[in-house]
Design a protein around this ligand. Structure first.
Ligand code: ATP
Ligand code: MG
Length: 380
């Protein structure tokens, strides 16, 4: 029986979930997204839209009434309201899991309780907590908003005691936590899925390169030993065993100089570092997410070709309409998200560079250098 899918959030992730859903008409008959931005990315590819804030109680209730199953592309939905509408629609991942994950402090506490290694952290409620914490962790340390952070916008790196007051004031009384800075040698992530029947599958470990706190590129597979890749995938599986609910989880990790692996954070949703799967794998993370929440057999996650995903971000010093990008290059796949306006570092699209047989990651990285100018954002 074909179902109506509701998605909280209709940005690029909701858009790519919608596109995957439209390829499964025997399972999904209609897609409705809840998003505050009129003509959001997902609505441009055929989703119906309820225009409202992600936390709007009445809008969430309406979405649940109109949908058979609900999922999300952002973690800031109101988990209590979602919990209250569980009779109207099946919600995955579960509101309980969302509630833990959407608060970085609760999330890290949960991981620690389950013996999964994370960077050292403490809760911050006052400036004196912060001073104490910095005495313990030293400099630099990261002050983080516990909720509603994305693309590093909820983080403040404190390099010296002079910055304590500024960092504290920057957040304006939000719930905060302090984290010890990890001098990692690599950032990696695992995209893991569990279906409603309990089957778990992970995509191979990828390497993530951030700039200005924002993901810039993902290299699949990660340039790291087989042993560490295995270990990271094991940690991802253990984490999945602890978390309830079905769907894709993006698990971000740090690999330290001593080859320890610490979890940085978990996203209870499809993840930017899984966009390469659109072209590198038989099953994309978006299809896998749908398979997971629909209780279908999970798809094959083997990496078929080495692939680099490069995010197309708004230029730092420009806001406004931008020139469209055209690329027609073999094995280069451009995906724009239909956003009319560029803003500094806004995620506007991505390209996947897929390796030909025998082509190495180094060769792909060189190829990316020759493409960068052509995918940069310029005023219209
Ligand atoms: P995103 O939306 O990109 O996942 P976010 O806003 O949730 O980001 P984090 O994932 O906490 O923020 O941090 C963003 C980046 O900042 C990390 O990917 C990493 O590069 C860096 N970072 C975060 N925490 C630490 C840490 N404890 N030590 C070193 N670097 C860190
Ligand atoms: Mg992160």
């Amino acid at each position: 029986m074909s179902k109506i899918l509701g998605i909280i959030g209709g940005g690029q992730l909701g858009m790519m979930i919608t596109e995957a859903a439209k390829k499964m008409p025997e399972h999904i008959s209609k897609i409705i997204v809840l998003d505050p931005i009129e003509n959001c990315s997902a609505s441009q590819v055929g989703a119906e839209q309820i225009i409202a804030d992600f936390k709007d109680k009445n809008a969430i209730i309406e979405l649940a009434k109109r949908s058979d199953i609900i999922t999300y592309e952002i973690e800031s939905g109101d988990s209590d309201v979602l919990k209250s509408v569980e009779n109207d629609a099946e919600i995955n991942p579960s509101p309980e899991t969302l509630k833990i994950i959407q608060d970085k402090f609760l999330q890290k506490s949960f991981l620690l309780q389950n013996n999964i290694q994370v960077p050292e952290f403490i809760k911050i409620e006052s400036i004196s907590d912060l001073e104490q914490g910095l005495k313990k962790f030293g400099y630099p340390s990261l002050l983080k908003a516990r909720r509603d952070a994305y693309d590093g916008r909820g983080n403040f790196k404190i390099d010296s005691p002079e910055q304590i007051q500024k960092a504290f004031d920057y957040f304006n009384e939000k719930n905060l936590m302090l984290e010890k800075f990890v001098p990692f040698k690599m950032e990696v992530s695992v995209i893991a899925a569990r279906n409603t029947k309990g089957q778990i599958k992970t995509f191979p470990l990828v390497e993530n390169i951030h700039q200005d706190n924002i993901l810039r590129k993902t290299i699949a597979p990660a340039r790291i030993s087989e042993k560490i890749a295995k270990k990271a995938e094991e940690i991802a599986k253990t984490t999945m065993d602890m978390l309830k609910g079905a769907g894709i989880f993006g698990i971000e990790m740090f690999v330290t100089e001593n080859d320890e692996i610490l979890i940085n954070e978990i996203a209870p949703r499809v993840h930017n570092s899984g966009h390469h799967t659109l072209e590198s794998s038989e099953t994309s993370q978006f299809e896998q997410h749908l398979r997971a929440i629909l209780g279908l057999e999970l798809g094959n996650t083997t990496l078929l070709h080495p692939t680099i995903m490069y995010n197309i971000l708004g230029s730092k010093n420009f806001e406004g309409e931008y020139k469209s990008i055209n690329l027609s290059e073999q094995n280069v796949f451009l995906k724009m998200y239909g956003k009319k306006i560029s803003k500094p570092l806004r995620k506007l699209g991505h390209v996947n560079l897929v390796g030909n047989p025998g082509e190495t990651i180094d060769q792909l990285l060189k190829k990316l250098e020759t493409l960068k100018d052509r995918v940069s954002i310029n005023p219209a």
